[in-house]
Design a protein around this ligand. Structure first.
Ligand code: IPM
Ligand code: MG
Length: 362
């Protein structure tokens, strides 16, 4: 297969973790005889420095023409002056909006080898397999913003259609899993949440009678996620609740550095990025965990290119590397950390071995 993939390194550790994922994509291309054309473009702080804009028109156009987009991370202290007119994060939000990527999938499957790295007791974590579907192009992130000398406001708005499509996506996903969806809101306080709950109930009842839908308030959900994470299959929620709950959920896996994400819309182009930020404190030191981005590349192969065996192969390779104890500093016992390059090389070496899923295809 031939595919055009836009690579957006962004800021901080972004260039390091995308380089790792690109190396893995290239290994997959060689092994399975695919041709991935990589197109590098600017986003975030790097784009502000070069062009004055966080999402240059050339970047958005390239992404719109591509089959998929792989992104590192954006932001950093250099651009975080609260008075600044342009911010790196605006580039990411404009890209998600510009590509119509309303559903952000964030799977969480703690791995046996990293259970000890989680602050949560291992017996609560064994067997956890959940996925958060975060609404990504609406809500308080995109509502009207006002600022005066003495006050500020951010409008949170959702339309019925925006809720319907993301709930549908969550229910469809649940069908391929354990057919259980928990919709998270704050319906005891927020009008947008009351609408969310009403629409979610109707979509599930009318279109997915085979899927069980439950509702949870976001505050108690924050507690249940830690207290009984095995109880969850698919979790669907609005933009900001999803942002917060997925950082919390990353602790189930032991490190923010392990979690990938896929952002999807109606079209085929998807955006794939780790859920972590640009980690400016460790940028440029070669110690960042590349697994979240490598696993995002696996999601890219699965969701945008339909290459399921290749995606599963990468996931197996990462699992084998974690099992072997090749871990970056966020996961390793003190003094035993591997570098970004070492973890990446280990994943690549695994890809050269016969892969369980690939055997079926060969
Ligand atoms: C994320 C990040 C972004 C978000 C930031 C960088 C704008 O936290 O992808 O979770 O809030 O969506
Ligand atoms: Mg976040």
């Amino acid at each position: 297969m031939r595919a055009d993939i836009v690579v957006l390194e962004g800021d901080g550790i972004g260039p390091e973790v995308t380089a790792a994922a690109v190396q893995v994509l290239q290994a997959v291309a060689t092994r399975y005889r695919h041709q991935f054309q990589l197109h590098r473009h600017l986003i975030g702080g790097a784009a502000i420095d070069a062009t004055g804009e966080p999402l240059p028109a050339a970047t958005l156009q390239a992404c719109q023409r591509a089959d998929a987009v792989l992104l590192g991370a954006v932001g950093g202290p250099k651009w975080s002056d609260p008075k600044a007119k342009v911010r790196p994060e605006q580039g990411l939000l404009a890209l998600r909006k510009g590509l119509g990527l309303y559903a952000n999938l964030r799977p969480v499957q703690p791995h046996a080898a990293t259970l000890g790295a989680s602050p949560i007791k291992p017996h609560l974590l064994a067997g956890v397999d959940l996925i958060v579907v975060r609404e990504l192009t609406g809500g308080i992130y995109f509502g009207d913003k006002q600022r005066s000398d003495t006050s500020a406001s951010d409008l949170c708005e959702y339309s019925v259609a925006e809720i319907e499509r993301v709930v549908r996506r969550a229910c469809e996903l649940a069908r391929g899993r354990r057919s259980h969806v928990v919709s998270v809101d704050k319906a005891n306080v927020l009008e947008t949440s009351r609408l969310w709950r009403e629409v979610a109930s109707r979509v599930a009842r009318e279109e997915f009678p085979d899927v069980t839908l439950e509702h949870q308030l976001v505050d108690s959900m924050a507690m249940h996620l830690i207290a009984k994470p095995r109880a969850f299959d698919v979790i669907v929620t609005e933009n900001m609740f999803g942002d917060i709950l997925t950082d919390e959920a990353s602790m189930l896996a032991g490190s923010l550095g392990l979690l990938p994400s896929a952002s999807l819309g109606e079209g085929k182009v998807g955006l794939y990025e780790p859920i972590h930020g640009s980690a400016p404190d460790i940028a440029g030191r070669g110690i960042a965990n590349p697994c979240g981005t490598i696993l995002s590349a696996a999601l890219l192969l699965r969701h945008s290119l339909g290459l399921e065996a290749e995606a599963a192969c990468i996931e197996q390779a990462v699992a084998a590397v974690l099992d072997a104890g090749v871990l970056t500093a966020d996961l390793a016992p003190a003094g035993e950390a591997a570098t970004t390059a070492e973890v990446t090389a280990a994943v690549q070496a695994q890809l050269d071995l016969p892969c369980h899923v690939a055997e079926l295809r060969d």
